[in-house]
Design a protein around this ligand. Structure first.
Ligand SMILES: C[S@@+](CC[C@H](N)C(=O)[O-])C[C@H]1O[C@@H](n2cnc3c(N)ncnc32)[C@H](O)[C@@H]1O
Ligand code: SF4
Length: 388
């Protein structure tokens, strides 16, 4: 399917963030480059070659440009509903039944308009299960019309050919959850889920929607994670191995959280796939590299995106800095669409909200049996849960 090639350019204190909505790639440009791109409404040949990007330019100039962070979150993870067709044993937000106070469709649409105006570049539709929501197609279409990248985290059970056909034009990427090979996946997600998820994944691929698989690694399922990595690698499908966060229905699953030595063993077992230059296999703690940005930024770009590059909207419009932090009791930082995201972003950045969450990191990294981390949710969870 051919889609319009659009590059989003957002003004920042250091110049700008440029984002290719088709590939999802992002780069930072300095002030001179920002002005040149804005003025010519496109990249010159030199930048095109260097960044590997081209397309028409859509410029956003947020009203408030902080000098110590980005001027808007890059991605908003929109949990459109708490309803779900599955009841996974590890579900971070204990999804299943729709909440009574979920946003109306009109409020969801108005929120999407506001995100685009604020300078957000991507909306990740998630939940609960986003495909269970009747109005999902309309939300995807609105985000696409506003030149936002659209992605969706899904169990793909409902991704029948007919359903995928309905919104294929409006979806850039599906992130499909698979938690092991058939028996293991079904023991976590319910009988028959694996086959339907695999069929759903094929339907996305057949409509040229990019697919990445997310899997959650657990102590009792290490062998399965390795088998899944091999299976997907052989098919050329990207895999991201996520750590288990003890929140929601996983609150009591501390014994499933891997320790440092177990992560090291997993790295050894995954070595051939992690070493592949295409970067098909990625994961928390597996192949971390120091982050290099094209130009030097005047602030620290953390690998944890919470409240720094990412925000989460819960089904009732409450804003959190991360879905896991929200499930772990983080106080909400605002509510959309009653307030604009720009108002919430400014209030968050000038507060000590993130700094107080960061205080947990040093304690976690000193005492935990797990690998050292920047993840604010892991740090908070170890403050409120007793390690095994
Ligand atoms: C909450 S689900 C929502 C989207 C969709 N229903 C799905 O399962 O993909 C989003 C992602 O979080 C992952 N997840 C759920 N519980 C988790 C936990 N306790 N720790 C880490 N990841 C978790 C899921 O496997 C999935 O990849
Ligand atoms: S992980 Fe996803 S599919 Fe499973 S219960 Fe939670 S929201 Fe539903």
């Amino acid at each position: 399917m051919t889609r319009k090639k659009v590059l989003k350019l957002r003004r920042e204190c250091f110049g700008g963030t440029i984002f290719d909505i088709t590939s999802g790639r992002r780069a930072y440009v300095d002030r001179t480059e920002f002005e040149r791109i804005k003025c010519h409404r496109g990249l010159d040949a030199h930048l095109m070659a260097e960044l590997g990007m081209n397309g028409s330019i859509d410029v956003t100039t947020p009203a408030w440009i902080p000098d110590f962070n980005f001027s808007a979150p890059d991605t908003v993870f929109f949990e459109v509903t708490r309803a779900c067709n599955l009841r996974c044993s590890h579900c971070l937000n204990a999804s299943g039944v729709r909440s009574m106070d979920e946003l109306t469709q009109k409020q969801r649409l108005s929120m999407i308009d506001d995100l685009a105006e604020t300078g957000v570049q991507e909306i990740r539709f998630t939940g609960g299960e986003p495909m269970i929501l009747d109005g999902l197609g309309e939300l995807l279409a609105r985000a696409t019309a506003l030149n936002l990248r659209t992605s969706m985290g899904t169990n793909a059970v409902l991704a029948t050919e007919k359903n995928v056909h309905r919104f294929a034009r409006f979806l850039h990427m599906a992130i499909v959850s698979i938690d092991g090979m058939e028996d293991r996946h079904d023991s976590i997600r319910g009988r028959g889920a694996f086959r339907r998820t695999m069929a759903g994944m094929e339907n996305f691929l057949s409509y040229s929607i990019k697919v990445r698989v997310n899997t959650v690694i657990m102590r009792s399922g290490i062998h399965d994670t390795v088998a899944l990595a091999e299976h997907l690698y052989n098919r050329g499908i990207p895999l991201f191995v996520r750590r288990l966060v003890p929140s929601g229905r996983a609150t009591d699953m501390l014994s499933e959280v891997l320790n440092k030595e177990e992560y090291e063993q997993v790295c050894v077992q995954l070595k051939p796939y992690l070493a592949d230059p295409r970067g098909l296999t990625q994961g928390h703690y597996l192949n971390e590299r120091a982050l290099e940005t094209r130009i030097r930024l005047p602030f620290r770009r953390s690998s944890c995106s919470a409240g720094h590059r990412g925000m989460v909207t819960l089904p009732n419009g409450n804003m959190q800095t991360c879905g896991f932090l929200g499930s772990l009791g983080e106080p909400s930082v605002g509510k959309v669409p009653d307030e604009s995201l720009a108002t919430i972003w400014k209030r968050l950045l000038v507060s000590n909200h993130i700094a107080s969450l960061e205080d947990n990191l040093a304690i976690h990294n000193q005492y935990s049996t797990g690998p050292s981390t920047n993840c604010l949710a892991i740090a908070l969870s170890s403050r409120i849960c007793t390690p095994p």
